[in-house]
Design a protein around this ligand. Structure first.
Ligand SMILES: [Cu+2]
Length: 304
């Protein structure tokens, strides 16, 4: 290979690397990250999309170059040169994807375990509580509380029932809500019980998804950090109104969360809720009865 050609290839590859790094950080394909764990996911996603973008540029670049450079000359009726085996090329195209896939597998598994709270993240959280963030008009976030603000290291545990076609979030004191209210900066643990069929709890901004399985309790832990309202989506086809099985997650400042909880406790005193006592072993008719009571309760509280 001529020195000039090698130099040109090196320049082009450097440009591809720079473009891939830029695209990996500016792809704009994900909604805003709201949870502490989302940062881990976003780094992984950015890295993967960067690698994919780089490979795309290289493959398409070589393709377009070959189409132009090796075009058949007018009047040329000869065959191409016969070619049989190219050991070095075969080694490269086997080794590079193998190393890449192995590395992606290990990195993904590492992120998965950390997001599940079984790794260093959990420890880091207990020693350094995360700051509460609020978005200003420009969408930028600013810390509301200093990171040293004491936040309970124990997760706030909530029981969640998934049913056709609603989510019910149960709070201490026999409070049931169709909205998930959580204080920012506090680690949350959701314990799921599916009342009827498979469902999946998904909040895109948290980058977390968890199946709910009848007869098998599942759970999810996360730390919301940005005050705001986010959609809770059912991500498992669960019946004819699956598409309507949505709820809202309201991330509030700890003060606002306390105020909301107190308000709910007062309201629950006046209008006792039955849905909070739903269990996974209820009969179908009981579930439907409770569902309609719950819907009526929600309609009444929205109307009032
Ligand atoms: Cu569903």
């Amino acid at each position: 290979m001529k020195r000039k050609t090698a130099f040109l290839i090196a320049i082009l590859l450097s440009l591809v690397v720079l473009a891939s790094i830029w695209y990996g950080q500016n792809h704009g394909l994900l909604p805003a990250a709201v949870g502490k764990e989302a940062v881990l996911y976003d780094k992984l996603f950015g890295t993967l999309i960067g690698i994919a973008f780089g490979l795309f540029l290289i493959v398409q670049g070589v393709l377009v170059y070959s189409l132009i450079k090796f075009r058949r000359k007018p009047g040329d009726r000869t065959d191409a040169l016969p070619m049989h085996e190219n050991l070095s090329l075969e080694l490269v195209w086997t080794a590079v994807p193998t190393v890449l896939v192995m590395w992606v597998a290990i990195y993904s598994f590492d992120v998965y375990t950390e997001m599940r709270g079984s790794g260093a993240l959990m420890m880091a959280h207990q020693h350094h509580p995360s700051p509460v963030l609020v978005a200003d008009a420009s969408g930028e976030t600013a810390p509301l509380l200093p990171p040293s603000q004491p936040v309970s290291a124990e997760p706030l545990a909530l029981e969640v029932q998934a049913m056709q076609f609603a989510w019910i979030f149960n709070y201490p004191g026999d409070i049931a809500s169709a909205e998930l209210h959580v204080p920012a900066g506090q680690r949350i643990r959701l314990n799921f019980a599916a009342v009827d069929v498979l469902h999946a709890f998904w909040v895109p901004e948290l980058r977390l998804k968890q199946d709910t399985i009848p007869g098998t309790p599942t759970h999810l832990e996360f730390t919301p950090e940005k005050v705001g309202e986010y959609a809770v989506v059912c991500a498992e086809l669960c019946g004819s109104y699956h598409g309507g099985m949505r709820a809202t997650m309201v991330v509030q400042t700890p003060q606002d969360y306390q105020a909301w909880l107190t308000e709910q406790q007062l309201a629950a005193g006046e209008q006792p809720m039955v849905a909070s006592r739903l269990g996974p072993s209820l009969e179908r008719a009981q579930v439907q009865e409770l569902q309609s009571q719950f819907m009526a309760h929600q309609a009444a509280s929205v109307g009032s």
